[in-house]
Write a protein that binds this ligand. Sequence first.
Ligand code: PLP
Ligand code: ZN
Length: 394
Amino acid sequence: MVYLRCIECGKVYENEEMYTCPCGGLLEVSLDLDSIDVTFKLDGNNLRVWKYADLLPVKIKPISLNEGGTPLFRAEYLERELNIHRIYVKHEGLNPSGSFKDRGMTVGVTKAIELGKKAVACASTGNTSASLAMYAAKANLKAYVLLPAGKVALGKVAQALMHNAKVIGIKGNFDKALELVREISRQENFYLLNSVNPFRLEGQKTIAFEIVDELGYVPDRVILPVGNAGNISAIYKGFRELKTLGLIDSIPKMTGIQAKGANPIYRAFVESKKVIEPVTPETIATAIRIGNPVNARKALNAIYESNGLAEEVSDEEIISAQKILAGKEGIGVEPASAASVAGLIKLAGREIDVDETVVCITTGHLLKDPEAVIRACGSPIEVPADIESIKSVL
Ligand SMILES: *Cc1c(COP(=O)(O)O)cnc(C)c1O
Ligand SMILES: [Zn+2]
């Protein structure tokens, strides 16, 4: 049986079509772990989202594009520079649409089919829309997308358009777009696939499963960028489930990194609070340009319960980390993704010990945001087509 449980009042629902509890609390999928027969082995083989189907709450054949199974790279340059023994980067930019959102969408869109929905919808800073459009195309569902006009990276809009979503820009930020799409979805019977949807987060918890599967043990810390705060909540839930099942005996310190201009969870954390004060968001890292994260309560629980922390980084620190990842580790990521490594750099030697094993999640691919790259690196040099001119600039 699949139940939705309110994280605030604890009430349990059998209705799978709810997004929040009448009390206003967020819902999470509650699996009866005692009665589940786990057939997969954490042996490092055949990594992908649906390897963990025993713990994914759908009953029909999944709508899949081979998501998950992303590589865990050893970051040797960063290990030397920061004097931390083991740093890994899990590059979620190598998912089918170029971000971790695919893990959530394969489960969420499958659930939409299971529930008999004809259309799916989301508000998006870009990657959710690209992923939603791709999986809706595969599932033959209509897809509707609300974006903050002018604030979405070009590659992401291109994907949403080409995968045949109806893309609508609004004169407002992501938080406003989410508010609107929640209401429109209710009125039009669209299946809402933002991270307030608990089934989407079920797919994203497989990041935790894969980290343990690939590494062979539990790292001390997982660092990731935080926007709407679904992913940190999902990954923490994944570790918690493995622990409840007796497959691991510790949980990494969940470490969430926000951009300075969009930092409500960081602010709540430094004041030891469990509720956030929304902010007006601004940052070059458009994927985390969110001022009122809907999953803040889940994320703060994850941080406090795992003995983790929240940190903020400036746009300059984000760009610098993006350049280090690309130029020194060979890992191409978009700005928001680099926030995890910018946070690692900032915390090294202060909060992070030399002998920790750290996994940084890089959430989206470099090609998502070519305009940010040109701003950071400049355009290519142009020279006349002759050997001497070329040699003069080598
Ligand atoms: C969606 C996204 C994030 C933020 O994830 P949340 O679950 O909203 O915290 C970070 N980076 C990238 C590239 C994203 O697409
Ligand atoms: Zn409730």
